[in-house]
Ligand binder design. Sequence first.
Ligand code: GDP
Length: 622
Amino acid sequence: MSERAFPVVFAGHVDHGKSTLVARLVLDTGGFPDGRLDELRRASERRGVPLELSFLLDAFQVERDQAVTIDASRVWFRSPQRRYEVIDAPGHREFVRHAVSAAGDARAAVLVVDAREGVSEQTRRHALLLPLLGVRDAIVVVNKMDAVDFARERFDAVAGEARTLAQRTGLELRAIVPAVARDGDGVVARGARMPWHEGPTLLEALDALPEARRDRDVPMRLPVQDVYRRDEVRIAVGTVDEGVLRAGDDVVILPSGEGSHVEELIAFPAAPERAPAGTAIGVRLRGVPFVRPGDVLADPAAVPAIAEALDVTVFWLGEERLAAGDFAQMRCGTRDTGVVVERIDARIDVATGERVAAEALERNEVYEVRLRCTEPAIVETRPASSLGRFALYRGDAIGGGGLVRAVVNRRARRSSPNVAAQRSGVDAERRAARWGHRGAVVWLTGLPSAGKSTLARELEAALFAAGWNTYVLDGDTVRTGLNGDLGFSAEDRRENVRRVGEVAGLFADSGAIAIVALVSPNAADRDAARAVVPGRFHEVYVRADRATCEARDAKGLYRRAHAGEIADFTGVTAPYEPPAAPELVVDTARRPVEDCAAELVAYVRRVAANDAAPAGAPAVSR
Ligand code: GDP
């Protein structure tokens, strides 16, 4: 069996040197037949044109096109570590098409930036769209360093732009590499012209990228492509999207929720015992369950969400505008669901990253939108999952693609249907005018001892000193009163988060900045809290690795958890799901707490300032 290549998408502004860089990688890793470069050099001299490395790639592809007809546009190269597959920066339409085909999954992106021009609008647009391919990790190559005399200052300036961009788009920057793709410096060989660069070369940075995690640490999902029925036998066919499916596993069929059991995995030529993510497989199910194409087989221990409505980020490329009330077809995994645009919360200005008010979805722009599903959708809120991404169709044409940010289901309410929220006589505008800022929820999540409470207090003090109306809802404090009746079972934790989310929402409605410091380990629970105050919820991931948190152990809880004195302790015996797309990440393990606090304060002042772009907040308080 051939080794599976590690797919990396190469993107960047036209002419910043992407093709040259790819050609250089292939050349310097020995991927071109011997003598090919000399041939090209001679041909260029004969014609009196400068040598263009990227021609090497073109010639190579033409040759292969004639030999093989499938996937002819694909390029591979190999390092001592592993084989890579180059996915060329797709056009907008391809981005969206890739979004729904697991085959297009890229593990990481290389963003090429011309050192002279820096991060361009096209670079920003690509960075915004990369999550549509399931990409989290990115390497930025600052190319054409020769054209800026190998100036370290210029590299630092572009690196700064790249960091800002990454922070805004949720991309994880793994390395920023100065390079001369044309000559090879910093690509595979280090070269002697940038001795000041202590970081990795591009190939070293690629080799340092983490291996796929899609078949480990994540529950199994299999979107069903097809179903074969023979008498009393049901065989569901599809590609395992995440996790591992094994013969003998129990599964749940969604959306019905019916349980079943994997009697046998079916593949040609042999029936395997296990099918990791990426495997196309037939699954013979026990009994005669009701299963249809578009359903999802899932690990019963953790099922994806079934959504009535979704908060999504949409990249729209339809010819026609899409307005509130308009209908579209959504394809997510193998499932098609009708959706209606319930409301448009904001357009994301690609150049600045700001959220601005929008009436309708216009071609080639990015929006935050709420979609109501006409039938249940099965989704995840992680872009790495193909259930976290979707394409929108109108008729047969692709209208756009997007990412699921949050699931917004009306919670099952036990109170009487005669109870309805009262409208306040004081609207949000007047409150904002009084306080000089808008109400918001700033939700700090992270492992115990990550620094949430400290940062919450610092933020509160700084805002208060500036005359803002603000209050901290601290997890521990709330558990001494409002939530004193709750323990730490999964159900109680969820209820704990739900109540704090509701209370924080009321604070935000009153015009205050509610600062929540709560471990809140489950992404779905945080999403539910977000749904209470759409557009005014700011998830801040207070990040610190477990070792750092354990070393701090502010309350001695890790020690007690290890001693077995505390059951279900997050980070030790209970899981923590880091946010997939937080509004802000502060890394307390790597940076001093004062810096983190300053960054947090600046962020909140920016997003909640009275003149900040409206963030889809309703004009009338609940
Ligand atoms: P793409 O559109 O991003 O694929 O860019 P190309 O790879 O076609 O490169 C655009 C132009 O930039 C070509 O003329 C290249 O020769 C040139 N170029 C690429 N890399 C470098 C570099 O490192 N230094 C300089 N000075 N020029 C480069």
